[in-house]
Design a protein around this ligand. Structure first.
Ligand code: NAD
Length: 246
């Protein structure tokens, strides 16, 4: 029996990278998956990878910063599968600009998607989890949510924000049986990092000096989503080859 047998999971940003790896892994562990992405065709492709005997998945084309699209994803979970147990707030966008290069319209976009989107989706998901008196929210933050660096000003702000709201939501929702945790990936080979993967300087200083894989992040997401982590809430775990240990 899989670790997520009978559970229903919404995974955002499921059309690519870590979100796709989470969807496939969760499906193998018995979850029914709602794959949300504003690249709807990619989300549909992910569902094709998840589906199989006893494995169900539905794709929703949607923007996590649009409340109507969040409602559509919730409807897919509740209308289609009857419940919601797990929310992986994983969708995000990158910004490499430092202070002096920051474009403020793009700053707003990064904060709206990476931070406000996580909070808004969680607010809409919690009432459904409360019906079971139980739930797990897993937010994909970043090592940029734990430390600063030159560049990526809006991204760093958004990911520090994700770690912060993970703690606050965990404390608020703990009495109702809902756990909230964050994953802080280091450099991982996904669509987001395609332009940087051949560039020296990203991973050589890691204790484990290589790029991580989306599957290695999905392993942590599975642990935090499942009852294996039943005594863990409000935590932010680096999965980074030892990058923040330096
Ligand atoms: P990715 O670009 O491969 O996948 C992200 C997916 O999110 C894409 O399919 C994209 O279409 C979707 N998306 C973006 N904005 C959206 C929105 N508003 N609504 C719905 N879908 C949206 O990237 P990834 O590396 O798999 O990123 C997943 C998460 O991991 C992100 O939050 C990212 O910030 C974080 N992260 C990535 C790395 C890395 O090295 N790749 C490191 C740390 C954190």
């Amino acid at each position: 029996m899989g670790q997520l047998e009978g559970k229903v999971a919404i995974i955002t940003g499921a059309g690519s990278g870590m979100g796709r790896a989470m969807a496939v892994r969760f499906g193998k562990e018995g979850a029914k998956v709602v794959a949300v992405d504003y690249a709807g065709e990619s989300a549909e492709e992910t569902c094709g990878l998840v589906r199989g005997p006893g494995c169900e998945a539905v794709a929703v084309r949607g923007d996590i910063s649009d409340p109507a699209d969040i409602d559509a994803a919730m409807q897919a979970a509740i209308g289609g599968f009857g419940r919601l147990d797990i929310l992986c707030n994983n969708a995000g966008i990158i910004d490499m600009a430092g202070l002096m290069d920051t474009d403020w319209d793009y700053w707003d976009r990064v904060l709206r998607i990476n931070l406000k989107g996580v909070a808004m989706f969680s607010q809409k998901a919690v009432p459904e989890m409360l019906k079971q008196g139980k739930g797990s929210i897993v937010n994909t933050a970043s090592i940029a949510g734990l430390v600063g660096g030159a560049g990526g000003l809006s991204y760093t702000a958004s990911k520090h924000g994700v770690v912060g709201i993970t703690k606050s939501m965990a404390i608020e929702l703990s009495p109702q049986g809902i756990r909230v945790n964050a994953i802080c990936p280091g450099a991982v080979t996904t669509g987001m990092t395609t332009d940087f993967q051949g560039v020296p300087g990203f991973v050589e200083g890691n204790a484990i000096p290589r790029w991580g894989t989306a599957d290695e992040i999905a392993n942590m997401a599975l642990f935090l989503a499942s009852d294996e982590s039943s005594f863990i809430t409000g935590a932010a775990y680096p999965v980074d080859g030892g990058w923040v240990a330096k």
